[in-house]
Design a protein around this ligand. Sequence first.
Ligand SMILES: [Zn+2]
Length: 280
Amino acid sequence: MQYVGKVVLPEGKKVAVNLGFDFDAFSVWMETFKQSSQAYMSRGEYGAEVGVPRILDLLKKYDIEASFCVPGHTADSYPDICKEIIKEGHEILHHGYVHEDPTFLPIEEEEKILVKGLEALEKLGVKPIGYRSPGFDLSPNTLNLLEKHGIKYDSSLMGNDFYPYHPRVCEVNYDKGNVFGEPLSIVEMPVTWYLDDFPHLEFIGTRTGMKPPSQVFEIWKMYFDYAVENTENGMMVVTMHPQVIGRPHNIIMLEQFINYVLERGGWITSLRNIYKSVEF
Ligand SMILES: [Zn+2]
């Protein structure tokens, strides 16, 4: 059985909602998509120079504290913009160095990258207590490494939708069935690709994307409606990217979503605030 927690919500609130912005800038193109040409770099530049300020303005308008997942490479490339995010009171999570997917890395290499990311954030005066994997995926060693380096919660796994839980490492066995290890003390704040702007909206060659944001709004709205109707002390994590959600048509949709959630008892806040409110 999964070891599930509940979020103690402020009076009158029905669901905790986290707006998370993965500030990948160049790194997602360089590492995940193996593209480092000028046009791809300019998409990262757009996220930093246009997307982030637009998002910060919107968050300020509604007095929302959000979570920014920042690869070390972004911190090194755009220290001033990162400092602006911190100054506005938002939270910074670890998000790799150059957006490396840890899934198949040997443990030594994975730890080296984890430390390099921590060192880059340290230059901004940040010691993160949260982590999001750049690949929305983990190696069998990741959770233990995160605990070793002082990370209190991860937000990369999909084993639940509305409740935080203590994750267990799944031992994969094709012959005898899979077995889970003991629940770890680190807390998982579950994500899903449905609540991620990137696959829906970003155009990458022949892949999908370019959907009207109204479709994405419909998915996110229904997810939230379900949570309001069917959960108690639950939460949902929305994952966005400044270079995607910062585009004009998309940020209009984000503002609509914020209004929808606020009008119906959503508590929009950072993952660190949700973490502080979790009881097991
Ligand atoms: Zn990312």
